[in-house]
Design a protein around this ligand. Structure first.
Ligand SMILES: NC(=O)c1ccc[n+]([C@@H]2O[C@H](COP(=O)([O-])OP(=O)(O)OC[C@H]3O[C@@H](n4cnc5c(N)ncnc54)[C@H](O)[C@@H]3O)[C@@H](O)[C@H]2O)c1
Length: 271
């Protein structure tokens, strides 16, 4: 069966813009139509693209965008800490809108941009599986836990498949020592999200969203189910960035979530 139409939310963002350029080569002929949505400017449509601007907090608008869609890559949202009210409106209610509209439109699979901040309080000395108890470090991290839980409910209750990709640090290249463990390269992100919407019979799955980093803190559990085989390893940049790090006695250097675990860190709420 050919899956025809893939919806990407948050398509004007950093991850979305990269996927827009790199995803197609990994889709193996699936999804001739890629529908892009965001509440920011999406630029000009390229071959095979449909642009449908929408605000994720508007359920009716999300319902319209979801018509005739086979699978969703849900990236849209606030990618940082913010006030609880903003996180709830965009990341929690917005994710509910996407999953509920998807269910109503009989979408088969949703891949969700989750985060390392679901488990940010784990020490860096541990290599953790995607199934360990959550230890969110912010309201932002809690919103990603909520998204994963909602995905689990939609799978168990309605049979809509769900892949939560716990993206750690999506960057063109590592910028500091932490990234030697957490980096997700653009081409690995494209392969991982493509597998997340094309691999057969995944049911419900949560996986680490990282490249094949030698120093990773997250186990590769579930990558085999998707057939994800990372091409990059941050270790190639070790000599360049190894010396870039904070005070090793500080909690932000000891826990996986980095600066997000600092009780004084408020992200966008401080702007
Ligand atoms: N970049 C990373 O390292 C990283 C790490 C972990 C998780 N993530 C997750 O991946 C996803 C993409 O991250 P990113 O770095 O590309 O962030 P980004 O901010 O560049 O992209 C997010 C997009 O969502 C859109 N958006 C926000 N609110 C919206 C609304 N109400 N309606 C419609 N669109 C809305 C924004 O306009 C933006 O284009 C996010 O969900 C983020 O939490 C990213």
């Amino acid at each position: 069966m050919t899956l025809r139409s893939l919806l990407i939310t948050g398509a004007a963002g950093e991850v979305g813009s990269a996927l827009r350029g790199l995803l197609r080569e990994h889709l193996q002929g699936q999804f001739p139509i890629i529908r892009l949505t965001d509440n920011r400017d999406l630029g000009e449509a390229r071959t095979g693209e449909e642009l449908m601007p929408a605000d994720l907090t508007d359920f009716d608008a999300v319902q319209k965008v979801m018509q005739d869609v086979d699978a969703v890559i849900h990236l849209g949202g606030i990618p940082d800490e913010d006030t609880y009210a903003n996180i709830r409106a965009v990341n929690m209610d917005g994710t509910y809108n996407v999953l509920e509209a998807a269910r109503q439109a009989s979408v088969g699979r949703v891949a969700f941009a989750s985060s390392i901040h679901t488990v940010g309080f784990y020490p860096r000395s541990e290599t953790i599986s995607p199934t360990v108890p959550v230890r969110p470090d912010t309201y932002y991290g809690v919103s990603k836990v909520f998204g994963e839980a909602l995905g689990r409910m939609y799978w168990e209750r309605y049979g809509m498949e769900f892949v939560g990709v716990r993206i750690c640090s999506f960057q063109p290249q590592p910028k500091d020592r932490r990234h030697l463990s957490t980096w997700l390269s653009p081409r690995d992100a494209a392969q991982l999200f493509a597998r997340a919407v094309t691999a057969p019979d995944v049911g419900f799955l949560v996986v680490a969203g990282i490249s094949g980093n030698t120093r990773r803190w997250m186990s590769p559990e579930g990558w085999d189910v998707l057939g994800y085989e990372p091409q990059d390893d941050a270790e190639a940049y070790a000599a360049e960035v190894e010396h870039i790090h904070g005070d090793e006695d500080d909690i932000t250097e000891q826990r996986q979530g980095g600066i997000f675990v600092d009780s004084a860190y408020v992200g966008r709420a401080g702007q």
